[in-house]
Design a protein around this ligand. Sequence first.
Ligand SMILES: N[C@@H](CCC(=O)N[C@@H](CS)C(=O)NCC(=O)O)C(=O)O
Length: 210
Amino acid sequence: MPQARFTLHGIALSGPTYKVGLMLALCGERFAYRHVDLREGTHKTPQFLALNRYGQVPALVDGDLRLCQSGAILQYLSETLGKFGGDDTLARQRNREWLFWDADRFSPNVYRSRAIARGFFKAEPPTAAVYREGAEVAFKVLDDSLAGGKFLTGAAPTIADIACYGVAVFADEGGFKLADWPNVAAWAGRVAALPGVKPPYELLPMADIP
Ligand SMILES: N[C@@H](CCC(=O)N[C@@H](CS)C(=O)NCC(=O)O)C(=O)O
């Protein structure tokens, strides 16, 4: 089998890593995968910092290119593969708005609530409450935005949906019930039914994929 074009570096427990793996799967791109052991501090080694200057997963390697920040990687992949990017300038702009909102309001609040619930890190109750309330506000924004459409920016799924689904899919681990936001629950079902989609721990193992 020919060598895969892309190599994804990350960990299956990581939502941002899942977003990139999901995008590749939805695009039908086979990819090599390198498991990065965060507990061992692999992401702070010089070798990994050469892939991602921020010392975080994910990192994506495409030939000589080393790419980081999941939202920026989704944009890159949509451009280089010509998929899930939206049809025109306005659609691409709407996608960017969702990606920036996700990085600002959705991912941090949901992922940190999940990290606290799963014991990945400790937080005092008032701090945990700030993340939880922020996540609930964000889910409401998403729910209201999905009231009139099948996907976030129109009738077809785009990187906006892929980024936000990569957060919503971890909601239950954070102690949230998607059923509390019916439009979000219905949309998540539509994304989950797209060809190529696998749930997080089925898409990526806690080990390398050659
Ligand atoms: N905004 C970044 C967030 C990446 C991120 O937070 N990665 C976490 C794992 S989910 C990480 O590497 N944490 C270790 C650290 O920050 O030292 C992205 O979307 O790629």
